[in-house]
Design a protein around this ligand. Structure first.
Ligand code: FES
Ligand code: FES
Length: 176
């Protein structure tokens, strides 16, 4: 006899940072809790938990999503990218380095989400100017830095990309 504390579960098959993962997950659990609690990937943070702050930003099948607004069960069969990937793309690594170099983080709480949003920008909008970077990143909130340094870091990586630093084929069609 089910009790009020019994929650239905569903088996999900996902690929997370290139690794196949199979888990039984509560149907009510969102993707960020799944990543953090069930998969031990604590890099995706939770701020507002209602789609506002961007701390939980990850990519699902190549699309940036708020992990707090996606149920883990909805991600069944999908490819998930988080900031923890053990083999970061050259662009993600360059962004991580640039954030450090430009002091684009203080407490670091927003940083994983910022990096994933920035990675998407660098891949999709290689010609973005400073204002476009600001607009793109405006969905990710930071309580510490005042944003200038974050924009500086992203612009630095865009400049590196324009100068031909990255030879891989990660640059993607802009689908928006
Ligand atoms: S925790 Fe998901 S948008 Fe704030
Ligand atoms: S570095 Fe603290 S919230 Fe962004």
């Amino acid at each position: 006899m089910p009790t009020p504390n019994d929650h239905p579960t569903r088996r999900v098959h996902v690929e997370i940072n290139g690794q196949a993962v199979v888990r039984d997950v509560e149907c009510r659990k969102h993707l960020t809790d799944f990543l953090r609690e069930d998969c031990g990937l604590k890099g995706s943070h939770l701020g507002c938990e209602h789609g506002v702050c961007g701390a939980c930003t990850v990519r699902v099948d190549g699309q940036v999503v708020r992990g707090c607004l996606v149920l883990a069960a909805q991600a069944d069969g999908c490819r998930i990218e988080t900031v923890e990937t053990e083999t970061p793309s050259p662009r993600l690594k360059a962004l991580q380095d640039a954030f450090i170099e430009h002091n684009a983080l203080q407490c670091g709480y927003c940083t994983p989400g910022m990096l994933m949003a920035a990675l998407d920008l660098v891949e999709r909008r290689p010609d973005a100017n400073r204002e476009e970077v600001r607009a793109w990143m405006s969905g990710n909130y930071c309580r510490c830095t005042g944003y200038h340094a974050i924009v500086d870091a992203v612009c630095a990586v865009l400049a590196q990309q324009s100068a031909g630093r990255f030879s891989d084929a990660a640059q993607r069609e802009d689908t928006e």
